[in-house]
Design a protein around this ligand. Structure first.
Ligand code: SAM
Length: 181
C-alpha cells in the first residue's frame, strides 16, 4: 500500500494544490490520500473523479496529523528539498515497500521538524524548491519504475480513449466492448 499524507493545507490558498495532490496521487498509483485539516470539499472533488474514472482510491481527512504519523505502521518517506536525492534512496524505499505499507508525506507551508525526525527517509526530488505535486509525481514514477502508467482502473463510469488529436470519452461498457473485439 502507498498512502499520501498532505500536511499544512491553508484554507483558501491551498484548495487547488490540495486537490492536485489528490488527483496526482490517484493517477500515478497511490492507494489513498489523507488530508490534514483540509475539510470535506477537497475530499469530495477527488472522490468524484474516482467515481467517474475509476479506482480503487480512498480519501480521508484527519484533524490530528501528528497522531496519524505517530501511529503509522510501515515506513515513511517525507518529500522535501532538503532531503537526500531521490535517485540515491529510491532503491531502499522500493525494497521496504515490498514488505510494508509506505506513507509519503508532502507539505504545503513549512513542515515541522518532528516530521523530519519521524520520517525514515527525507527525500529531495532535486534540492531545488518546487511543488508538492511535482515532487509527488516524480517520486511515484520512480517508486513504481513507470509501471503505474499502464494501470487499469476498476469501476469507472467513463474511459478516455487516447486520440492522436481531439478528445474521446466513452461510457465504460463501450470501452470494454472495444477491448474485447
Ligand atoms: N518552504 C517549505 C519548507 O521549508 O518546508 C516548503 C514549501 S513547498 C512549496 C511545499 C512542499 O513541496 C514541501 O513541503 C515538499 O513536500 C514539496 N517540495 C518542494 N520542493 C521539493 C523538492 N525539491 N523535493 C521534494 N519535495 C519538494
Amino acid at each position: 500500500e502507498v498512502a499520501v499524507l498532505r500536511l499544512g493545507h491553508r484554507p483558501g490558498r491551498d484548495e487547488r494544490m490540495t486537490t492536485h495532490v489528490g488527483l496526482t496521487a490517484r493517477a500515478l498509483g497511490a492507494d489513498r490520500l489523507v488530508l490534514a485539516n483540509a475539510g470535506a470539499s477537497r475530499q469530495d472533488t477527488v472522490e468524484d473523479i474516482t467515481d467517474r474514472f475509476g479506482g480503487p482510491f480512498d480519501v480521508e481527512v484527519t484533524e490530528q496529523p501528528n497522531r496519524f504519523l505517530k501511529d503509522w505502521s510501515g515506513s515513511i518517506a517525507h518529500l522535501t528539498m532538503y532531503g537526500l536525492p531521490v535517485q540515491e534512496v529510491e532503491g531502499e524505499i522500493r525494497a521496504a515497500h515490498r514488505s510494508e505499507p509506505l506513507l509519503l508525506v508532502v507539505g504545503a507551508e513549512k513542515v515541522s521538524f518532528e516530521v523530519y525526525e519521524r520520517a525514515d527517509w527525507n527525500v529531495g526530488v532535486t534540492n531545488q524548491p518546487h511543488s508538492e505535486v511535482a515532487g509527488l509525481a516524480v517520486f511515484l514514477d520512480r517508486l513504481f519504475e513507470g509501471r503505474e502508467l499502464d494501470r487499469e482502473w476498476e469501476d469507472a463510469d467513463r474511459v478516455v480513449q487516447p486520440q492522436p488529436e481531439g478528445k474521446r470519452v466513452v461510457p465504460a461498457e463501450e470501452a470494454a466492448e472495444t477491448a474485447d473485439e
